[in-house]
Design a protein around this ligand. Structure first.
Ligand code: QAP
Ligand code: CO
Length: 167
């Protein structure tokens, strides 16, 4: 099932999400629907609060047409640590359609998380995957990428978004 994606400026996007407690059918259905919604919207990442569920869950698929196989990541209750280096990437967001801007983040991160069965996992990520994880993890704390911009760029972004002008 394709879910509706909340878009800026919706105050629900600025709320903090709660950890997942039950790794049941309801969670699995949500994860499946989130992946379907992300692929349908041609996104590379989607967090549960973007579809109105304030729980600490997100999905990522950064594979391109050149890749042999598709890789869907499911992150539940993630904890990011040991960031190093920095990377600037032109980001967008399914909740801020039509707008992109450069954001500076950690180039390498370590992530402890759970899979859909509640099993603890660990991953070291760099480059685009690291950017995507940090972007999606911010959604769980109610933070949109426009909040990461320099004061000036952020003011310009909000002005443009308020007017509905697409960049
Ligand atoms: C987050 O973003 C992200 O404006 C995922 O018209 C961003 O999937 C991860 C999208 C940058 C890593 C690097 C945005 C689709 C999708 C739009 C997205 C649009 C159509 C954004
Ligand atoms: Co986003």
């Amino acid at each position: 099932m394709i879910l509706d994606i909340l878009t800026y400026p919706n105050s629900e996007l600025h709320k903090t999400s709660k950890p997942v407690q039950k790794f049941d059918k309801t969670l699995h259905t949500l994860l499946n629907n989130m992946a379907a919604t992300m692929y349908d919207a041609e996104g590379i990442g989607l967090a549960a609060p973007q579809v109105g569920q304030k729980i600490r869950v997100f999905v990522i698929d950064i594979t391109t047409e050149e890749d042999e196989e598709r890789k869907l990541y499911e992150f539940i209750n993630p904890k990011l640590s040991q960031g190093s280096g920095s990377i600037t990437f032109e980001e967008g967001c399914l909740s801020v359609p039509g707008f992109t801007e450069e954001v500076k983040r950690k180039e390498q991160i370590k992530v402890n998380y759970m899979d859909r069965f509640g099993k603890s996992k660990k991953i070291e990520a760099e480059g685009l995957l690291a950017v995507a994880i940090q972007h999606e993890n911010d959604h769980l704390d109610g933070i949109l990428f426009i909040e990461k911009l320099s004061i000036l760029k952020r003011r310009m972004a909000k002005k443009k978004l308020a007017k509905g002008i697409k960049l």
